[in-house]
Write a protein that binds this ligand. Structure first.
Ligand code: AMP
Length: 471
């Protein structure tokens, strides 16, 4: 049961199984996590297994700050899983950092989870009633304890039983005494893919949230894990099975719009190309006479290129992002915080002065970014600022793993596009239509595609129960 309409998890998972028992998997997981850093910057962890003993290191902060060569050398073994996590400040602590490790009579497991369980409270209560203790407030620990409880039935059955019991979104990468396991929820809301290690190494397998990280670890992309599929990798074989009835594929559309790295390919759809197409479609749906189109870095840039191509508007770099500011920038004190919004982006006056500008961003959530950028652009002499947004208005929270604010804080929740436009100080504002978004995601070839559009439509692929009104 969900007791808050603001959920905070955004994560990346990565796992490696090396065929050579003398090879260490942790450095490869480190490279993988480094490449998934955009999926979570607050904590990171790596668990390895050697001679049936699981070792783990985790900490708060960025992957590069937590792990150095010495730390990595302390966690040895040919198989490993890792996790990067993003959460809001309140629930950000080391207890909730992943992977979660459980050591019990029959063995040990380490679990890395991306997603959000919608029945975690119920399962937790059942487990607690059975005398099983928890060390964190994370819903992911429920998975570890359920697997541990079912372990005596054998690995395959333990996973199937666990996965059939939990509800919500999950891309799971799990390490056991002698296997690496991956699983994706029956709707495939969060991405997970399989890669192969080869070349100079003795070979092995990789599981990753995104394809971009497979290459970074020296592997090659093999395929996406199907919704409702479990993959078990051990020394003897790689085998997979489906644990659910055929369900509707509902990949999170926000993965393509904002979250994923542009060089990733998720379920056969190239993220960068989908962003270019979104810009082209915006250009076809709502072109406006202008002298320059600019994109809000980073994900607005490919869309601005696409908009420029479709409308013939010249593309330029009118806005630059401060490279040294993290997504979780913390400003000391309120007055400084207000200044801080002006530190994140800066405008190139010579590029925008005296021009009619089309400003493209991936999304408007609270409206903070767009309002600030309109003010910066007008302050730098822009004659007009027309905002074009690559997703429909975000009116509903996400319950499946993207950090969205309370519904009342979503600027489009209770306001029309015209009202939002006025409040941002822009000259016009349009959002891509739901059909336009689907068209950008779904080139004709991807016939089996389906997407979660819950934050735009309020229709979720899995029923969501509230303990209080979501309004
Ligand atoms: P806002 O400023 O609240 O309207 O949020 C929209 C801006 O934040 C856009 O520039 C997006 O690129 C970015 N954004 C969208 N979704 C998220 C998210 N889940 N976490 C952090 N930033 C986001």
């Amino acid at each position: 049961m969900i007791n808050d309409d603001k959920l905070h998890e955004e994560c990346g998972v990565f796992g490696v199984f090396c065929n050579d028992p003398e090879q260490d998997a942790a450095p490869l997981v480190y490279y993988g996590l480094f490449s998934l850093q955009h999926r979570g910057q607050e904590s990171a962890g790596i668990a390895t297994v050697k001679d049936k003993v699981i070792e783990m290191r985790k900490g708060m902060g960025l992957v590069g700050d937590i792990f150095d060569p010495e730390t990595l050398s302390q966690i040895k073994g040919p198989a490993a899983v890792g996790h990067v996590r993003y959460s809001t400040v309140g629930s950000s602590n080391l207890e909730n950092a992943q992977p979660f490790v459980s050591r019990f009579k029959l063995g040990s497991i380490a679990v890395a989870h991306n997603g959000t369980l919608t029945n975690a409270d119920v399962v937790r209560e059942l487990l607690e009633d059975a005398g099983i203790g928890f060390t964190s407030s994370s819903d992911s620990e429920v998975i570890v304890n359920l697997i541990a409880k079912n372990y005596k039935k054998g690995l395959e059955k333990a996973f199937t039983d666990t996965i059939q019991f939990i509800k919500g979104s999950y891309a799971l990468v799990i390490l056991t005494d002698d296997a690496l396991v991956g699983a994706r929820d029956p709707n495939g809301i969060r991405p997970l893919c399989l890669g192969r290690l080869g070349g100079e190494q003795a070979g092995g397998w990789i599981l990753s949230s995104e394809s971009c990280a497979i290459e970074a670890a020296g592997g090659v992309f093999v395929r996406d894990i199907d919704p409702g599929e479990v993959v078990i990798i051990n020394h003897d074989q790689v085998f997979s099975f489906s644990f659910s009835e055929k369900t509707r594929r509902a990949v999170c559309s926000f993965e393509y719009i904002y979250f994923a790295r542009p060089d990733s390919v998720i379920d056969g759809i190239d993220v960068y190309s989908s962003r270019i197409r979104a810009g082209e479609i915006l250009g076809m749906e709502s072109a406006v006479a202008a002298d320059l189109v600019i994109g809000v870095p980073d994900s607005g840039i490919p869309a601005a290129i696409g908009y420029g191509r479709a409308t013939g508007t010249p593309f330029g770099m009118g806005i630059v992002k401060n490279k040294y500011i993290g997504r979780t920038f913390i400003a000391p004190g309120q007055s400084v915080r207000e200044r801080a919004v002006f530190l994140k982006h800066f405008v190139i006056r010579s590029e925008v002065n005296g021009k009619r500008i089309v400003l493209i961003d991936d999304s408007i959530v609270r409206g903070t970014t767009s309002r600030r950028l309109v003010s910066l652009l007008k302050g730098a002499g822009a004659k007009e600022v027309h905002i074009r947004i690559c997703c429909p208005p975000v009116r509903f929270p996400c319950y499946f793993g993207i950090d969205t604010p309370h519904r009342k804080d979503l600027i489009s929740n209770a306001s029309s596009a015209d009202e939002v436009c006025k409040s941002l100080g822009a000259d016009s504002l349009t959002f891509i239509t739901v059909n336009g978004l689907l068209e950008s995601l779904m080139p004709a070839a991807a016939a089996d595609s389906g997407f979660c559009l819950g934050c735009f439509t309020g229709e979720y692929p899995i029923p969501v129960q509230y303990t209080h009104s979501p309004a």
